[in-house]
Design a protein around this ligand. Structure first.
Ligand SMILES: NC(=O)c1ccc[n+]([C@@H]2O[C@H](COP(=O)([O-])OP(=O)(O)OC[C@H]3O[C@@H](n4cnc5c(N)ncnc54)[C@H](OP(=O)(O)O)[C@@H]3O)[C@@H](O)[C@H]2O)c1
Length: 304
């Protein structure tokens, strides 16, 4: 197939492109800045912006499928929710006009009980906009993706590396199912071609159900460092978000909204996605080991 990948300079988009190439597809990469793209032989590069719609018509012309892997968690005059709504609507309109049958989106899991945070509600809104636009759209929803370039995982690793004591607020006992980046790439690649996935919203998660505390402690143990954990009974989301961003060196625009999403369990509605898409899932420890190895091959990790 002829496939467009938006967010090609981001973690998920750049990891997906080689897999789509290996599967035999003709791939086009869409990015705001060509210089931010890793060189990918055989990939046609299109520059543009999903917020303004620049470059989309040409990039989508003749495509049977398109991935929407854009995330606009950056400082700006309007809220990320407003920007994400505008970007998704612009992209959906362009995809419909180009006759793209399958738009594949990766968004976030939402809590089964309890109100979704503004960030997760926004990801859900983007899903609705995209599924309405393409007759065979597919949405996957994940919580934390474990990979060296995944910003949510990098945030956790930096905290473990840099904090002498791992202070965990009240949400430490909430549970989630982090997923290996390799599995996300495999599920996304299959989502474009499996006929039974058409029109569906599928939750994806790894095989291990972990509390946030267990997740941090397992990452700590796999990094071979000794850091005591200390739980306290306040949520302190705003303060934790600011401190977490400062310690990890990540943007507060990303960390703050991510932390608000930890107030409830974030678990898949069911385990239908992996068998439907024919993907076997890696265990959490294998995912972290592999991500840390990949990290160390690219840049130093002081704590190991
Ligand atoms: N990583 C995770 O743990 C995780 C977990 C669950 C779901 N997801 C979902 O996966 C998707 C991709 O996430 P990611 O981790 O790959 O994020 P990422 O590394 O931050 O990449 C985001 C991408 O969006 C692009 N972008 C932002 N605004 C744009 C615009 N106006 N026009 C065109 N491109 C724009 C960025 O381009 P620039 O390089 O130009 O900034 C970048 O390529 C998101 O929908 C996210 O919700 C990720």
């Amino acid at each position: 197939m002829e496939i467009l990948v938006t967010g090609a300079s981001g973690y998920v988009g750049s990891a997906l492109i080689p897999r789509l190439r290996a599967d035999g597809h003709a791939v086009r990469a869409f990015a705001r800045d060509r210089a931010r793209l890793a060189p990918q032989p055989g990939v046609e590069v299109h520059t543009g912006d999903v917020l303004t719609g620049a470059g989309l018509e040409q990039a989508l012309a003749g495509c049977q499928a398109a991935y929407y892997l854009v995330h606009s968690m950056e400082a700006g005059e309007d809220s990320f929710r407003e920007r994400d709504r505008r970007a998704a609507t612009t992209f959906a309109r362009a995809a419909r006009a180009a006759g793209v049958r399958r738009v594949v989106y990766l968004g976030g899991l939402v809590p089964a009980n309890g109100e979704a945070s503004p960030h997760l509600a926004s990801r859900l809104e983007v899903e609705r906009i995209l599924l309405e636009a393409a007759p065979e759209g597919v949405a996957l929803r994940a919580s934390i993706v474990i990979a060296a370039r995944s910003r949510s995982f990098r945030f956790l690793v930096r905290l473990v590396e840099r904090l002498p004591v791992l202070a965990l607020p009240a949400w430490r006992d909430n549970r989630t199912q982090p997923i290996d980046g390799r599995d996300v790439v495999a599920l996304l690649a299959r989502a474009a071609v499996v006929p039974e996935a058409a029109g569906r919203s599928l939750d994806i998660g790894g095989p291990d159900v972990l509390t946030y505390r267990e997740m941090v402690e397992r990452i700590r143990d796999l990094m071979l460092v000794s850091r005591p954990t200390w739980g306290f009974d306040r949520t302190l989301t705003r303060l934790s978000g600011r401190l977490g961003a400062a310690v990890s060196g990540e943007d507060h625009e990303l960390v703050g909204p991510l932390m608000e999403g930890l107030r409830h369990d974030l678990l898949p509605r069911d385990g239908a996605a992996a068998p439907l898409l024919g993907v076997r899932l890696h265990r959490f420890d294998a995912a972290v080991e592999r991500a840390l190895r990949e990290w160390e091959a690219r840049e130093p990790l002081a704590a190991r």
